[in-house]
Design a protein around this ligand. Structure first.
Ligand code: PMP
Length: 434
């Protein structure tokens, strides 16, 4: 299918026919044509360790996903207007992972769509319009969710902040206004929601809700102090709003100790949004909520998505969740995450440019800093590119792009963790000598 010489053609075709604001990773982009578990192969068959991609949650090209997809496509694929046991089986499986108040699932095609729907549900249930959200969050690419994604609306050329949105500081206790050594930091960060609520009420928007990535990712792989969300949710509910947890990056066992991020926070949201990993590459988004909120939404026009909740999508989604259980992938995320954190913490001690190691399970960040403590985006970019030379794909995040992001498929094993740590060790030595 692919010839090694195709790469230049593919790049030229992309430049000619794709939008200029679609970015490519690496100055010399990687072309990838095969995958297996947490490994990817380029057009020459050269292997890369995928330490970045959260979509292939149970691994690239999983044989069980291939088998259910092929089986269902051989039979038929249709929408939710007809009965099929795969739909209720998928809903039952998701609900078995969530606490009691969650009863109703909506199936869509992406995280964006699920968040867009979450906005509609929040507004239908409360009759209010205003939203509170942490600064530098990301919830998707449509007009509606861009307005609650500061990472996009505040970017150069972005559309700017609308007046029904109030931003609060991300609960980043490394770089934020309250530091990790403050025992009251969860409450202090949560209290920042009070003036945001007041401002929305003053402007007559009321409070429809609060939406946040449970652990902010584009904000810099932040783990908010325990109890932060519980306190924020209390304030939002007191103001009449609903609490939306965007678990697209944090859900489904990636955190090791928790199946969902909100469990760590001692908080139960009203709406949970799932995306990317739940389809393992097949486009799939899910919104889960309470009966009361779903009933409020049901007062409005019919909600229907042609492809959302298709027979194929439901079979794939359920298979992904089953594989996480059957292969013990949440436990693997816990143990491999612990090994990574131990190794990264050793690097933090060894290299002055490593300012902070944070994360949980296989949701990790390494904050790189200059001697004066400021954000070292240039070092981060250097390390990310050099990791690619070592055939390890890794990400970068944060408002100043200085946080290395490690977020591999949950299948990663001990030897691969050693490979990541040893490559980082040698590359950070280069940084010290630059
Ligand atoms: N929420 C979060 C936290 C995400 O990371 C993303 C995708 N990066 C989305 C929503 C949007 O998902 P999608 O690209 O599938 O629409």
């Amino acid at each position: 299918l692919y010839q090694p010489t195709d790469k230049a053609d593919v790049l030229a075709g992309r430049k000619a026919h794709f939008g200029g604001n679609l970015t490519l990773t690496y100055s010399d982009p990687v072309m990838l044509v095969r995958g297996w578990k947490h490994h990817l192969f380029d057009e020459w068959g050269r292997p890369f360790l995928d330490a970045y991609n959260n979509v292939p949650h149970v691994g690239h090209a999983h044989p069980r996903i291939q088998a259910v997809a092929a089986d269902q496509l051989k039979r038929m694929n249709s929408n939710t207007r007809y009965l099929h046991p795969a739909q209720t089986a998928f809903a039952d499986k998701i609900l078995s992972k969530l606490p009691d108040p969650f009863e109703v699932c909506f199936f869509v095609n992406s995280g964006t769509e699920a968040n867009e729907l979450a906005l509609r549900l929040a507004r239908a249930h409360t009759g209010a319009k205003g939203m509170v959200t942490p600064d530098h969050g990301y919830h998707g690419n449509t007009t509606g969710v861009i307005d609650i994604s500061a990472y996009k609306f505040n970017a150069t050329g972005g559309t700017g902040q609308v007046d029904w949105v109030e931003l609060v500081e991300v609960a980043d206790d490394y770089r934020g206004s309250v530091k990790r050594d403050d025992p009251n930091r969860a409450q202090k960060f949560a209290d920042l929601v009070d003036p945001a609520i007041a401002a929305l009420q003053e402007r007559g928007h009321g409070v429809a809700g609060f939406i946040a990535e449970t652990f902010p990712s584009v904000g810099g792989q932040i783990i908010p102090p325990q109890g932060y969300l519980a306190s924020v949710y209390k304030k939002i509910r007191a103001a009449g709003g609903v609490c939306i947890a965007d678990e697209v990056q944090t859900g489904l066992g990636r955190l090791g100790d928790y199946y969902f991020g909100f469990e760590h926070q001692g908080a139960v949201p009203d709406i949970v949004v799932l995306g990317k990993p739940i389809g393992n590459g097949h486009p799939l988004g899910v919104l889960v909520t309470t009966k009361e909120i779903a009933d409020s939404f049901a007062q409005g026009p019919e909600f229907f998505s042609t492809f959302g909740g298709s027979t194929l999508s439901c079979r794939i989604g359920k298979e992904v969740l089953d594989i996480v259980d059957d292969e013990g992938l949440q436990e693997n995320a816990r143990s491999m995450g612990a090994k990574l954190i131990a190794g990264l913490t050793a690097l933090e001690t060894k290299y002055a440019c490593v300012g902070d190691v944070r994360g949980m399970g296989l949701f990790l960040g390494l904050e790189l800093i200059n001697p004066d403590g400021s954000e070292a985006g240039n070092i981060c970019s250097y390390v990310q590119n050099r990791m690619r030379d070592h055939r390890i794909l890794i990400g970068s995040e944060g408002p100043k792009n200085n946080i290395l992001k490690i977020r591999p498929p949950l299948t990663i094993d001990s030897e691969d963790v050693d490979m990541i740590l040893s490559a980082l060790d040698s590359i950070l030595t280069e940084v010290e000598h630059i």
